[in-house]
Design a protein around this ligand. Structure first.
Ligand code: SF4
Length: 382
């Protein structure tokens, strides 16, 4: 296996995603002072359950903590400490760190109800959730278990737009771009979803808006979305191995792999190179299967995104383990070689949005650049 010269902070990212981090007493005291009484993490989704840290070399990581992942973060050797600034140390690795504080609006309520019912910010991106529950069931995803299909609801469009404005105007941690994501609507609600997409794109013409959604037949009118200024679309294959796909995500399996790949190709044609992403979940299938998925996405002009499986406490997979650091590292290194053959890169290219993905947000030129203002961070060593 080829081995890249990864830095200590880059190696730490894989280790933290595998084993998580504990907070020392000094770190807890520093956070009580700097972060006051705000929660440490939005913990709204399986892959966003940890603390967001910025390490040396501008490495972003969402590090699981025991509070939200007691299922696997009990015996980690990695400690977040504070001594005039945050640092992560353990098992022979160390890096300085800074801590991402949540926006002020998180946990607050307006006349439209709890704002986090509509929007949650991670890093510099606000994620809008127009549908409560999901018409599909993937067993690695918390959405259908947090909110079963009996509570499936379309949320009021004006409330979604109002909540998005609050996220963009947050006085502490303003969102710089947006993602409209799941759950997946029922087929009868596709016209509603199409209008929701158009309404949000028209309401925020100066803000990059991405869509992450199952490619339901008839949902995406790509020419219309392109004319409305859609930035990127994410069509997530998740699992390339068809047996694993049938086992963990039967509804998406039934749509067929070619359907997804054809859509990625047409979205790239319509929106332009680098603007159709597809996520692959690392750890629920073999490395070879994931790499075959990386190649298939890159061949169609899409941007592969590697997302490590994190067992969520609300799902049937809560007793599984995340992939090992070595498994993640090998997948990342071999996937990097594949994408370079096709002149594409491992997404996302927004550094803060790489907190929960297996990449370092280096674009095709191998450099990190920030398309938006950097998030506010706490506790960086001066
Ligand atoms: S379709 Fe998406 S939102 Fe619905 S259960 Fe699967 S991963 Fe979760």
């Amino acid at each position: 296996m080829a081995s890249q010269n990864l830095t200590e902070a880059q190696l730490l990212k894989f280790e933290l995603m595998d084993k998580g981090v504990v907070l020392s007493d000094d770190a807890v005291a520093a956070l009580a002072d700097l972060n006051q009484n705000r929660s440490l993490s939005p913990h709204d989704y399986a892959s966003t359950s940890g603390v967001i840290l910025n390490l040396d070399d501008d490495v972003w990581v969402n590090a699981p903590i025991e509070l939200y992942n007691p299922n696997f973060v009990s015996r980690t050797p990695y400690v977040l400490d504070f001594d005039g600034g945050f640092a992560v140390e353990g098992a022979g690795l160390a890096s300085r760190a800074s801590f991402w504080p949540q926006p002020e609006y998180h946990g607050s309520t307006l006349n439209i109800g709890p704002l986090n019912h509509y929007v949650v910010t991670h890093g510099d991106r606000a994620r809008l959730s127009p549908v409560r529950s999901c018409s599909m069931t993937c067993t690695f995803c918390n959405i259908p278990y947090d909110d079963p299909i009996s509570v499936y609801t379309l949320k009021p469009v004006d409330a979604i737009v109002s909540a998005a404005k609050v996220a963009l105007d947050d006085p502490l941690q303003p969102a710089r771009h947006m993602l409209i994501s799941g759950g997946t609507p029922k087929p009868k609600d596709i016209p509603w979803m199409q209008e929701l997409y158009a309404t949000v794109l028209e309401a925020f013409p100066g803000t990059q808006v991405d869509l992450m959604m199952v490619p339901l037949p008839g949902l995406f009118d790509l020419p219309r979305l392109a004319s409305l200024g859609l930035h990127e679309v994410s069509i997530n294959i998740e699992l390339f191995n068809r047996d694993r796909a049938r086992e963990y995500m039967r509804n998406k399996f039934n749509q067929g792999l070619d359907f997804y790949l054809d859509f990625i190709e047409s979205a790239t044609d319509e929106l332009g190179p680098g603007r159709a992403r597809s996520m692959l979940m690392v750890g629920l299938e073999s490395i070879e299967d994931t790499l075959a998925g990386v190649r298939a996405i890159a061949e169609r002009g899409g941007t592969p995104v590697l997302s490590p499986f994190r067992p969520d406490m609300s799902t049937p997979l809560k007793n599984e383990k995340p992939p090992s650091a070595e498994f993640m590292r090998e997948t990342f290194e071999r996937a990097s070689e594949i994408v370079s053959e096709f002149g594409v890169f491992l997404g996302p290219d927004c550094p803060p949005c790489s907190h929960n993905t297996l990449n370092f947000a280096t674009g095709v030129d191998g450099h990190i650049s920030y398309p938006h203002d950097r998030p506010v961070m706490l506790g960086a060593r001066g």
